[in-house]
Ligand binder design. Structure first.
Ligand code: NAI
Length: 757
């Protein structure tokens, strides 16, 4: 119990502060508990809160004048955001984590068994341990607003719900709905929560408190029983009987294994905890939940996912005087977008949804119209998924204006150009722009490869020019790379970063250079994949190897997706920038020359049907670049004609492609392209899909051991001279037996940034 508390045996009105975060007001026998952590943007559950809650429950139990209680939040957008993840960093053993889980379970068990009914009046985010708290309450009412979401996101941190969530949720909403939430970690909104029985009522936020008090009183007087959930036929057939549950659990295991490929153990552990609660009763279920929580907390996957969580959180806060991104932030209200193509329309669509007034310009009306249609289609998709309302859709579309001259550009705060990837076109538009925009309008380029300093050459005010490199598809990809030149003003950078965050992106700030950071590390990886194809490795074998490593798709599929023509153009720029290191692979060149541009042309390395659905690798493709016209079989039983090159083992495929990427990431850090290993890890995971459970290239190199990385690079460099010359920073670290993250797993190593000229 907190020391500065008063000792009371009974509650009384007006509101009394119990501990630092809980306030109680009793009216006519109903205690309204308000949870509001001081100096914190959100409410979270940590050890101190557990003590505060336990003390409160004790008092309520002892106070005969209290007949019922309501649990509310004092934060406008958050009910309880979850457990305090900082405490997870202190786990040294599985037993430590298991203990925390047991303590949480015990606290919520005492909440569940309280003499008086407790009603959870939920407004705002109710996540993780927050939802587990709500589940232990006798009745749940959610506010019907867009901020109120409920979910168990633990698997996204490589963990499982550890405070009873794997036991209470399935019993409340049925096994299939519960697993759907637990295994994906996705949030559900109020309507869905009501539909599946997760909450008992959904009410307008303005009456939440009143209704909650009323229900609490009715429950205490026995006038209202929590209604039994009727999950319909599905529930009757599947969730409601043991045989049905067995089927659901079996299917869940199969689907989870297929999806996680054994790389992410938490979802399987969650299924086991749920299953244990059914096969051995609640007691066993809770014990298994705590044990598995402890086990998961010690996995490499969980440690890396928690690192990524803190890294992205730190990037969100990355402003102010301590940060290299200092400088006054200029509010961007009006945005100009040049080029209404694939990227331009994507950027426009996310910008209008943040309330920006957007002018979209292209060369002719037809193309502007196409851009409008793309924005509309993106918004319609969201409307269909009920993520936005028809009213919002109308509002957003009304923020979008089109032009074929620069009308309306006279008062924009920021222009993002997404015209063709051609320096002369970029120069031309910069000159045209500067005729019409204000003196302080920021000019950003979405180029993927052309150095920003080169683009800025056309500007009379190069200090206002920088890169804002979005990834495709813009609405889905979480990363934004902001690229500065030595001449970019700090306030220009700060404003672009702030706007990127407003658009919902995780922003890394990088220095200028060919390919910046993300494409710089992607190209050596893709190029190595191309050289493996040149050698005769089968397309599908190559892709499978990297999917086994943990990438969402293999490199050949990725090239087909991006567009082989686009890739070839960018590859040429990169090869020129790094002579001798990235000589283009024959295979890629031959396939592009044959007019196969990937999925968009329905022909690439793979076959596509009319709807663009990917099929098998096209056997005809091999004839374009292999003398034999067929790939090398990796099956030992297959007959090999004389002169066939040796097959390449999957381990070598992975080693060559990933080391090319890792080495380049190290170079980019050594050259000051990225500010820290942390930024490099976040950029690779969110920009390329580097396996999150490996933490990112730098965390992965740390786990391999830097000396081992250098040794492997040296071996490869002997076989393929010049391509695998280890980065200086790797040799330096290997010499001192160093790491990129020396002590604290979550702290990045800041390196001095290199002034580029
Ligand atoms: P796109 O070909 O779909 O769109 C380019 C648009 O710019 C076309 O509609 C074209 O008519 C228009 N345009 C050309 N010259 C213009 C001018 N002078 N004034 C106004 N509009 C003009 O190309 P996409 O894919 O949207 O790429 C645009 C930029 O984004 C390029 O710099 C590209 O490198 C970059 N980028 C592309 C990514 C991708 O995956 N496609 C990813 C990240 C960046």
């Amino acid at each position: 119990m907190n020391g500065d508390e008063e000792v009371m045996t009974t509650f009384d009105s007006p509101p009394r502060k119990l501990g630092p975060s809980l306030k109680v007001e009793v009216t006519d026998g109903v205690a309204v508990i308000t949870f509001d952590m001081p100096n914190e943007p959100v409410n979270k559950l940590n050890r101190a809160m557990k003590d505060e809650f336990t003390a409160l429950f004790d008092r309520i139990e002892r106070d005969a004048s209290v007949k019922a209680a309501v649990l509310m939040s004092g934060k406008p957008d958050v009910w309880i955001a979850g457990a305090d993840i900082e405490e997870f960093l202190e786990f040294k053993t599985a037993a430590n984590a298991e203990r925390l889980s047991r303590d949480g379970q015990t606290m919520l068990e005492s909440l569940e068994k309280m003499r008086v009914p407790i009603v959870a009046a939920i407004q705002g985010a109710c996540l993780g341990a927050g939802l587990e708290t709500a589940l232990a309450c006798r009745y749940r009412i959610a506010a019907d607003d867009s901020k109120t979401v409920l979910g168990l996101p633990e698997v996204q941190l490589g963990l499982i719900p550890g405070a009873g969530g794997t036991q209470r949720l399935p019993r409340l909403v049925g096994v299939s709905s519960a697993l759907d939430m637990i295994l994906t970690g996705k949030n559900v909104r109020g309507k869905k929560a009501l539909q599946i029985g997760l909450v008992n009522e959904l009410v307008h936020p303005s009456i939440l408190r009143r209704i909650a008090i009323q229900r609490a009183r009715e429950l205490s007087e026995g006038k209202r029983m929590p209604p039994k959930i009727d999950g319909g036929l599905k529930s009757l057939l599947l969730d409601g009987n043991p045989a049905g549950r067995m089927v659901v659990l079996r299917q869940a295991r199969e689907q989870t294994l297929a999806k996680t490929k054994g790389k992410y153990p938490a979802p399987m552990a969650a299924i086991e905890a749920v299953a244990a609660g059914y096969s051995g009763g609640k007691g066993k279920g809770y014990r298994e939940e705590a044990r598995l929580f402890g086990e998961m907390a010690m996995t490499e996957a969980s440690k890396q996912l928690i690192f990524l969580f803190f890294a992205t959180t730190a990037l969100k806060k990355d402003t102010g005087t301590q940060s290299p991104i200092s400088g006054d932030i200029k509010k961007i209200k009006k945005l100009g977008v040049l080029g209404a193509g694939f990227m331009g329309s994507g950027i426009a669509s996310i910008a209008v949804q943040q309330g920006s007034l957007v002018r979209l310009k292209d060369a002719d009306h037809a193309r502007v119209g196409k851009g409008f249609a793309a924005v509309r289609s993106e918004l319609s998709d969201r409307l269909k998924k009920r993520q936005i309302t028809p009213l919002q859709m109308g509002d957003y579309m009304s923020l979008l204006g089109g032009t074929i001259d620069y009308s309306g550009f006279g008062n924009v705060d920021l222009v993002i150009e997404a015209v063709f990837e051609d320096p002369s076109v970029k120069h031309q538009v910069i000159r045209e722009l500067e005729e019409v925009v204000k003196a302080d309008t920021i000019i950003a380029s979405n180029t993927s490869t052309i150095p920003i300093a080169k683009i800025a050459e056309a500007s009379s005010k190069p200090w206002r020019v920088l890169g804002m490199h979005f990834f495709s598809p813009v609405h889905k990809m979480p990363l934004l790379e902001v690229i500065t030149t030595p001449r970019t003003l700090p306030e220009v950078t700060a404003s672009a970063v702030a706007y990127g965050k407003k658009l919902g992106k995780t922003v890394i700030v990088v220095n200028d250079g060919p390919g910046f950071y993300v494409n710089r590390i992607l190209f050596p990886y893709l190029n190595e994949a191309g050289l493996l194809l040149d050698h005769g490795v089968a397309i599908e074998d190559l892709d499978k190897a990297l999917v086994h490593f943990g990438f969402p798709v293999g490199p050949v599929t990725l090239m087909d997706e991006v567009g082989l023509d686009v890739g070839a153009k960018a590859g040429k720029i990169m090869a020129e920038a790094f002579p001798g290191r990235l000589d283009p692979a024959k295979s890629f060149q031959a396939v592009v020359a044959a007019g196969r541009h990937g999925r968009k042309s329905k022909k690439g390395f793979y076959l596509y049907d009319d709807a663009g659905k990917k099929g098998a690798a096209d056997p005809d493709v091999y004839k374009l670049y292999l003398a034999s016209g067929t790939p090398i079989s990796s099956k030992p039983t297959d007959e090999k004609p004389p002169g066939t090159p040796p097959p390449v083992a999957e381990s070598e495929i992975v080693q060559r492609t990933t080391l090319a990427m890792l080495n380049e990431a190290a170079r980019a850090l050594g050259e000051g392209i990225i500010r820290s290993a942390r930024d490099g890890d976040v950029g690779a995971v969110f920009g390329i899909g580097f396996p999150p459970y490996r933490g990112g290239p730098f965390r992965y190199m740390d786990s391999l051991g830097i000396a081992a990385v250098v040794e492997q690079l040296d071996e490869l460099n002997q076989r393929f001279p010049g391509r695998f010359e280890a980065a200086d920073i790797l040799r330096d670290l290997a010499r001192i037996n160093g790491r990129f993250y020396p002590d604290d797993d979550s702290a990045p190593v800041p390196l001095p940034t290199l002034e580029l000229d």
